[in-house]
Design a protein around this ligand. Structure first.
Ligand code: GLU
Length: 481
């Protein structure tokens, strides 16, 4: 049996679009489900779009999410090179072969003429179809032009009569009339291939068995099949996937910073959570399980549960999932990834302890700086903050609570967390106060905020006795004015 081989074929555009990463994931899953190979091929034939360092972003992203390729520019294999710009002689050779086989022809037309014809047609409201006169040149005429050094492209030759049919694993059987297919350029005058040609040649030579790509390629797939047929090559299995959208009508856009893997990581999302989330964008598992490790995805994935309709990227759902991943970490792991987000917090505070109160509450790491901004300095706040219906606190109760807490703290020598806890609980009991009536005002005085990670006990422990008392005194003064 042939070994399953898939390829991820990104163009190095300088960032990893979420839709592309999802395609890579599905490519990977299709291959690994069958114990096959996952190949990385860099499609850099559009030199105008080339961005320095873009290939490194592709390597780094695949590495960060654990989609390890078996062959690629950095992992030599039997079918290299894996960068298209290094394969130009191959495309040139095959383009010429295709001409001999009748699947393509030399075209010496001036591009400007073609553009003019297009414009004319659109002015007249007609649909333009390029009827290439070069198709009818004799072999000798072609040779004479080549000998004279006339610039040329190689164009696909398509017999306009008849239909081309193909099967897609997601979209089913598709049939098109050949006269709707344009005779596009396969090899440009500078010797570079177009995507339309390079993808076919490479997928064949690299023994790719399953092609997973965006459904924007569905309409050109018949043209690719005509090339496969002209060469007498086996057609791969096609798996076209629906796009990822921002909402019903808008694509994810680079400009809004919501489209790329790097943007999401910079916002504090974990690579594993992003990968898990995008797996479910466009694919429905058989059960209602939502959290999947990569090995679990390999197990559960099936092509026949891919959706045909676009998926909408739901940042809230990703945020929720990210929170689950953060809570699954050990405290050590969590502390490690929090380091950059806690760098503004003074070293006099125990960062590990801060992480401990953060871990159950953080959904996205970028929220952290704002959550811990009260440690270094107490922010200004209004007395209204002390009034809380649910906690049953009033300004009077708050003032009483702060006075009691201040005296209690002043009398304490042992600043262990459980000691602070027991002392405060006893105090509330003795005073006939609800815990919240003591702890809520205390937390407000310590932080100046309504919502904080951790409660009054943990926060006073982190702040230390002296700092806590100072902040309580500030609260008392403010409430007594
Ligand atoms: N280079 C193409 C892209 O980035 C790849 C399409 C394909 O997978 O064939 O869209």
């Amino acid at each position: 049996m042939t070994k399953t081989r898939t390829r991820f074929a990104p163009s190095p555009t300088g960032y990893m679009h979420i839709g592309n990463l999802r395609t890579a994931l599905y490519e990977y899953l299709v291959a690994k489900k069958d114990g096959g190979d996952f190949v990385l091929r860099i499609e850099d034939t559009d030199q105008q779009r080339y961005v320095e360092g873009a290939t490194d972003i592709i390597y780094d992203t695949l590495k960060a999410v654990g989609l390890e390729h078996d062959e690629g520019p950095d992992k030599p294999g039997p079918y290299g090179p894996y960068i298209q710009s290094e394969r130009l002689p191959i495309y040139q050779e095959y383009a010429k072969k295709l001409v001999e086989l009748g699947g393509a022809h030399y075209c010496f037309c001036d591009m400007n003429d073609i553009e003019n014809q297009k414009e004319e047609a659109s002015k007249e409201g007609k649909t333009y179809k390029f009827a290439d006169p070069c198709r009818f040149l004799t072999k000798e005429e072609v040779q004479a032009k080549l000998d004279a050094g006339t610039p040329y492209v190689i164009r696909q030759t398509i017999n306009p009569i008849g239909k081309t049919k193909f099967h897609d694993e997601v979209y089913g059987d598709i049939e098109v009339d050949n006269d709707t297919l344009d005779e596009g350029v396969l090899l440009k005058s500078d010797g570079y291939p177009t995507y339309n040609f390079a993808n076919v040649v490479d997928d064949h030579l690299m023994h790719i068995t399953h092609v997973v790509r965006g459904n924007e390629y569905l309409s050109s797939t018949p043209k690719y099949n005509l090339i496969y047929e002209a060469f007498g090559w086996e057609i791969p299995t096609y798996i076209h996937v629906a796009p990822v959208m921002k909402d019903e009508t808008h694509k994810l856009s680079k400009r809004n910073g919501d489209a790329s893997f790097q943007d999401l990581v910079a916002k504090g999302y974990l690579p594993e959570a992003i990968l898990n989330y995008i797996a479910l964008l466009g694919w429905a598992p058989e059960t209602d399980q939502e959290i999947y490790s990569l090995p679990e995805l390999i197990q559960a994935f099936s092509v026949n549960r891919l959706h045909t309709t676009p998926a909408i990227f739901d940042i809230d759902k990703l945020t929720w999932m990210n929170g689950i991943y953060l809570r699954q970490m050990t405290l050590d792991e969590f502390c490690d990834i929090c380091v950059p987000y806690l760098k503004e917090v003074d070293d006099r505070f125990n960062k590990r302890e801060i992480c401990e109160i953060l871990q159950p509450r953080v959904a996205v790491l970028s929220e952290i700086p704002e959550m811990v901004d009260f440690f270094n300095a107490l922010p200004a706040y209004e007395n209204d903050l002390y009034i809380n219906k649910k906690m049953k606190t009033t300004l009077e109760i708050a003032l009483k609570a702060l006075n009691l807490a201040k005296d209690l703290f002043a009398s304490m020598d042992d600043w262990q967390m459980d000691h602070i806890h027991d002392a405060l609980m006893n105090l509330a009991k003795e005073q006939g106060m609800k815990n919240g009536q003591l702890l809520f005002p205390l937390r407000v005085a310590l932080t100046g905020k309504k919502f904080t990670p951790g409660g009054a006990i943990e926060i006073s422990h982190i702040l230390g006795k002296e700092e806590s008392i100072q902040r309580i005194e500030k609260g008392i003064t403010q409430l007594s004015e």
